[in-house]
Design a protein around this ligand. Structure first.
Ligand SMILES: [Zn+2]
Length: 412
């Protein structure tokens, strides 16, 4: 696929670097043991910012079909995701007065970890999920799921077959969409006149302020401030009427949108407050985005120094988790099994594989108890509280937790 150097929203020419993380393999392309002698494909991981609309973005170097048709991420393996979803479902049912005749569509519904809470209450739901293996898991749990990439054409078809949707959910999908305009137009197309869209996506302001450069990876094409998200939805006739700030993924926004032609009676003060906060922070000016590269290099130096010192002192370091973000971190910092012996993951899908590029073996969490490492480097730092609780027993042998982002922290 030819590299496009124009903004995926406004088509302006892209000339400004946000951060250049060098070359990296696709973060979900875990390596099977029988493939260890083969080479891997590396792609530039270079985020640009659009001068005109301030959308931070990567070239879509690989077609999404290649990335998402067999995806290794199953949301249900995280306890906190499942409970986050339950709380959301309860609140949405109440807030939007959803009843048995309401239609709920979730785009990128993964293994049904969210829709299951609506199904349990007897709602008419449909999941749309591009990864066939993940959709199959959802179907087996009784969640109707179409295997496809969402866009305007799919929305038109769905609407004619099933009618418009009263609630359209799109969590952690907007960033993964190569054709942003087609996707947002599709959401509007599918929405009933009084319906609501809710979308969650990582907040670019949090990414910058907390050094979350490892949430940048090839599968993640766009990074949004609230101001930019509002501009994009607005261009497609959608108005954001409420916004919540969530702790998920290190700081996400949940936006609530409706058709522009609807009366703005649901508008909350939080929309204007967040707009003002971003403006006050300078996020409406491109200058604010310069300097992120220096922050990122400082994090890299800290982590490498820590691991090198631990090694010199004869300490053992293991990892916890093999998330996509860990692979950006490990590749950018050049951390292989010489500095991080192995990592563990609860997902049986990843156990026995090796992390892309750096080829750190991924084991079952029991391995931690067997080898008693001195330090446990938590790669999914957004779940650090949950992990430190689950793994509290490492303290029995004096084990300590290490979190690399926003800056290196060691927890006794
Ligand atoms: Zn732009």
């Amino acid at each position: 696929m030819a590299a496009s150097r124009s903004c995926r929203f406004c088509a302006a020419r892209l000339e400004d670097t946000f951060v250049d993380l060098g070359m990296s393999p696709l973060c979900e392309s875990y390596v099977r043991p029988d493939r260890l002698s083969e080479p891997e494909r590396f792609f530039p991981l270079h985020a640009l910012i659009c001068r005109q609309c301030l959308l931070v973005q990567l070239d879509a170097v690989v077609p999404p079909e290649e990335i998402f048709s067999e995806y290794a991420y199953f949301s249900s393996y995280s306890d906190s995701w499942v409970s986050h979803a339950r709380t959301y479902a309860d609140a949405a049912i109440q807030r939007f007065g959803l009843g048995q005749d309401s239609r709920i569509v979730e785009i990128a519904s993964n293994d049904g970890y969210l829709l299951q809470h609506f199904v349990a209450r007897g709602f008419d739901v449909l999941g749309i999920e591009p990864a066939a293996n993940v959709a199959k898991v959802a179907e087996s749990r009784g969640i109707p799921t179409d295997v496809q990439f969402f866009g305007r054409a799919v929305a038109v078809d769905l609407r004619s077959r099933r009618g418009p949707a009263d609630l359209v959910i799109g969590n952690n999908v907007l960033a993964h969409v190569p054709d942003l305009n087609d996707f947002v137009a599709g959401m509007k197309e599918l929405l009933s006149p009084d319906g609501a869209i809710t979308m969650e996506f990582p907040h670019l302001v949090q990414l910058i302020e907390h050094n979350q450069f490892d949430t940048i990876y090839h599968e993640h094409f766009s990074y949004f401030s609230f101001l930019t998200a509002e501009r994009i939805l607005g261009a497609h006739g959608l108005r954001i009427f409420d916004v919540e700030e969530l702790a998920t993924h290190g700081g996400s926004l949940r936006i609530y949108a409706e058709r522009m032609e609807r009366s703005p009676d649901r508008q909350t003060d939080r929309v204007e407050q967040l707009r003002n906060r971003e403006r006050a922070g300078g996020y409406d000016q491109i200058e604010r985005y310069a300097g992120f590269g220096d922050q990122v290099e400082a994090v890299k130096r800290q982590l490498i120094e820590f691991l090198t010192r631990a090694k010199t002192e004869g300490r053992r370091v293991a990892g916890y988790g093999a998330p996509g973000k860990g692979n950006t971190l490990l590749n950018y910092c050049g951390i292989g099994p010489d500095l991080l012996e192995y990592t563990v993951d609860r997902s049986p899908y990843k156990q026995g594989l090796y992390t892309p590029g750096m080829r750190i073996p991924i084991r079952h969490p029991e391995r931690i108890t067997e080898t008693r490492p001195d330090y446990l480097l938590i790669l999914p730092w957004n779940l650090k509280d949950e992990i430190m609780e689950q793994m509290a027993h490492i303290r029995q042998w004096g084990g300590r937790f290490v979190v690399p982002i926003p800056g290196l922290q060691v927890f006794d």
